[in-house]
Design a binder for this molecule. Structure first.
Ligand code: AMP
Length: 395
């Protein structure tokens, strides 16, 4: 029996990542990353060549029954994993402008996948979809009705990761997702926090685009819109503004480095800018924990995931410092022993709130979503995670 293989494709602007899961046992049987697409001699000429190269490396292509494609932005149209055809693909193009770094390349991956792997079900799985449950008060900006009519609203991102870790967290707590309230912190190059009530996202720190919320590697997170107005009035070129907000803000804007390991190394030399960058990164995250605690009322767990959340014990400790009033007590030893090798609890026995570190696995989650769509009665997310590889993606 070989009809259980799901191919997951994450097609980015210059890279293509793929994995194949045998969903009997959720076993990863192939994976790879093809980089430098269209960037000269080292990489493949274009995405078509990259996907062909990926497929050539997969031994049992006939066993692939369906393909899950990661798509960053589904706008207000795609609220759940969706079977793709030419019409859906054309509709998806409407959201290119909301995620210009990601969506065009995601769409290209779907189009090429449909062409090179005909006869399979192609399913788009959206980073925004988990947040479709945001209640109106969390979904909207307080802006004029005409803007809202034009689609100005909050969407949220990293949904596949937040969904995956919230289901794993419920499993670790011995509860169903529906019984679990938690706050998940996806701390990577792009970072976001989500308040999850009963398995559903009820607030999240990223908004209409992935610029809002936490301090990130190169993005500022929350900023007074008046600052942008001020700069525009002073004559800044909108393209320069765009570039500065996406690529030269956040940790990089504060201290010149965007990779957390480099920021920490710089801070260790006594560099005041790097020290401030670390402090601001942790302060903003802590502020969101307090806010989402107020949103949820009851919090069963805090969950750390992604590059920084999984590996950086010191950042975790600093984010949680002073949150004892919130029922949060870290076990320092367990925290320092935890470097993201596997899911683990790092709270002290006296902690009212569980503190969990859970390596994210967006690709497995995408494969589960595909199975959920193919077999609606299956309950993706309840099977034990046995896959060993994991990946994360960056909006
Ligand atoms: P991601 O976007 O999830 O791949 O996460 C990237 C971020 O995780 C970067 O800021 C890295 O510096 C950080 N990171 C990855 N590994 C480690 C580690 N072992 N210790 C601290 N930070 C790490």
């Amino acid at each position: 029996m070989s009809d259980t293989h799901i191919l997951v494709i994450n097609s980015g602007s210059s890279s293509l990542r793929f994995s194949v899961y045998d969903m009997r046992g959720e076993r990863q049987i192939a994976d790879g990353k093809i980089e430098q697409i269209g960037e000269g001699a080292a990489g493949p000429a274009d995405h078509r060549a990259a996907l062909a190269q990926a497929l050539a490396g997969i031994a049992d292509r006939d066993a692939i029954v369906a393909v899950g494609h990661r798509v960053v932005h589904g706008g207000e149209r795609f609220l759940a994993p969706t079977r793709m055809d030419a019409a859906a693909l054309a509709e998806l193009a409407r959201f290119d402008a909301l995620a210009p770094l990601h969506n065009p390349a995601n769409r290209l991956g779907i189009a090429l996948g449909m062409e090179l792997l005909p006869g399979r079900t192609h399913v788009a799985v959206f980073d925004t979809a988990f947040h479709h449950s945001l209640p109106p008060a969390a979904m909207h900006y307080a802006v004029p009705a005409q803007w809202r009519a034009r689609g100005v609203r909050r969407h949220g991102f990293h949904g596949t990761s937040h969904r995956y870790v919230s289901r794993e967290a419920a499993r670790m707590l011995g509860k169903t997702p529906a019984e679990t309230n938690l706050i998940s912190l996806h701390l990577g190059n792009g970072s976001s926090v989500t308040a999850v009530r009963g398995g559903l996202s009820v607030d999240t720190s990223m908004g209409m685009t992935p610029l809002e919320g936490l301090v990130m590697g190169t993005r500022p997170g929350d900023i007074d819109a008046g600052v942008l107005l001020h700069l525009l009035r002073e004559g800044i070129d909108p393209r320069e503004l765009d570039d500065a907000l996406h690529h030269h803000s956040g940790l990089r804007g504060l201290c010149g480095e965007n990779d957390m390991r480099a920021v920490r190394a710089l801070a260790a030399t006594g560099n005041a800018d790097a020290t401030l960058a670390l402090e601001m990164y942790c302060y903003r995250a802590r502020k969101y924990l307090g806010a989402y605690g107020a949103v949820l009322g009851r919090v069963d767990a805090l969950v750390f995931t992604a590059g920084i959340g999984e590996h950086d014990a010191d950042i975790r400790a600093r984010v949680l410092a002073g949150l004892e009033w919130f029922g949060v007590r870290l076990d320092a030893e367990r925290n320092h022993a935890c470097r993201g090798q596997r899911a683990m609890a790092i709270h002290a026995p006296s902690s009212r709130v569980a503190i969990l570190v859970i390596p994210t696995n967006e690709e497995l989650e995408i494969a589960r979503e595909v199975i959920g769509l193919l077999e609606p009665r299956a309950t993706p997310g309840h099977a034990p995670a046995r896959a060993t590889h994991r990946r994360r993606s960056d909006p």
